[in-house]
Design a protein around this ligand. Structure first.
Ligand SMILES: [Ca+2]
Ligand SMILES: [Ca+2]
Ligand SMILES: [Ca+2]
Ligand SMILES: [Ca+2]
Length: 376
């Protein structure tokens, strides 16, 4: 995208935000970072061959927004049953306590299984001393992140089949482009003919811009020798940059480029918390929402800027974004404990987890005190 090369023009952030919005397909209805997990599922079904803006278990979305559901994603993993908005509170409480420490009520199949070499235990409180330490929470986060990885692999496999109808295990950029334009309402056969004959595709400017971005990404995902044919694993890193070091670096570079106003290829706090005029959230350039700034400031100061020098470098952002980084997982674990640690002993007791249920699970529990007695 040519407009991104001018660091001072202010167009670049707008372009990225626009792309994020276009990728979500219903940008006019709501801003990207306010869509709930449930709404996202619907979007994914419609646009299954597009790289998602939101990646489960990854701190920032592709458009640079904070992932608001991150803590729930790394606490619950893929199993969010029992914490729906209309879930029965008693059931949610019990389930939360099962996650905390009780293993005898979990089905046998859940008790021991292996993900990518990690031993999976069905409870956070591994040593059963009825409190969660930062180490225990870190291990739990890593396990739940691995679950999201497995989920993404399965999802990508299904989508790969859809874009590789002849089943030869390779998808060309042109084949993908046909499927992408078909998903946007173009006639599949007509587009295929035009591409074959190298005729003008006649797509609007916005679609053209999305296509150029997708092609950049396609190139990045294509391991040497560059033949623009993606295998299933390359396609996985095309859809899910968190699965490949190279793609993760690419994603970080894009985010920095789009937030970096002075062109020094790193981010100051003010760059990280400023919201470009013309985005979905800020159409008239009004004062930026306080909560938005507060959340981003805390994230910048406490987690992303690891050496606390007020500057976020490429390397710092990469570590922060990498869901498999153990150091970041430990920092997250400490932050998650600090949020609910009312008696400030650096551990989470059952009472604290129940009281802050909404933070960990997305579902609020009213009568948490009673449930501690009931469940123990
Ligand atoms: Ca413990
Ligand atoms: Ca900068
Ligand atoms: Ca720093
Ligand atoms: Ca505590």
């Amino acid at each position: 995208m040519t407009s991104r090369q001018a660091p001072h023009c202010g167009l670049a952030p707008r372009c990225l935000w626009l792309l994020g919005a276009v990728l979500l397909m219903d940008a006019s209805a709501r801003p990207a970072n306010h869509s709930s997990a449930r709404e996202r599922v619907g979007n994914r079904e419609e646009n299954e061959i597009l790289p998602p803006d939101h990646l489960n278990g990854v701190k920032l979305e592709m458009d640079g927004h904070l992932n608001k559901d991150f803590h729930q994603e790394v606490f619950l993993g893929k199993d969010t049953d029992g914490f729906e908005e209309d879930a029965e509170p008693r059931r949610s409480r019990r389930k939360l306590m099962v996650i905390f420490s009780k293993h005898d009520r979990a089905p046998v199949s859940e008790l021991q299984s292996c993900y990518q070499g990690l031993i999976v235990s069905p409870r956070v409180d591994l040593n059963t001393d009825r409190r969660i330490s930062a180490k225990e929470m870190q291990r739990w986060i890593m396990e739940k992140t691995a679950e999201h990885f497995q989920e993404a692999i399965a999802e990508s496999r299904a989508h790969f089949r859809a874009v590789d109808p002849d089943g030869d295990g390779r998808v060309s950029w042109d084949e993908y482009k046909v499927k992408f334009l078909a998903s946007k309402g173009h006639d599949e056969r007509e587009v295929a003919d035009k591409i074959k004959n190298k005729w003008d595709l006649n797509v609007d400017e916005e679609t053209q811009e999305v296509l150029e971005n997708l092609k950049d990404r396609w190139y990045q995902a294509d391991n040497p020798p560059p033949d623009l044919l993606l295998t299933e694993s390359e396609f996985l890193s095309f859809l899910h940059p968190e699965h490949s070091r190279g793609m993760l670096q690419f994603m970080v570079k894009e985010i920095i480029r789009d937030l970096d106003q002075d062109g020094d290829k790193q981010l100051s706090l003010s760059e990280f918390i400023s919201l470009p005029v013309g985005t979905v959230e800020n159409p008239q350039g009004q004062d930026v929402d306080d909560g938005w700034v507060r959340d981003r400031k805390r994230e910048f100061e406490e987690l992303i800027d690891a050496n606390h020098d007020g500057i976020v470098t490429v390397a710092e952002l990469e570590d922060y974004m990498d869901p498999m980084n153990e150091f970041s997982a430990l920092n997250e674990a400490k932050q998650m404990i600090a949020i609910a640690d009312e008696n400030q002993n650096h551990y989470l007791e059952p009472e604290e987890v129940l009281k802050y249920s909404e933070f960990f699970t997305g579902s609020k529990l009213v009568d948490y005190a009673r449930s501690v007695h009931e469940e123990f």
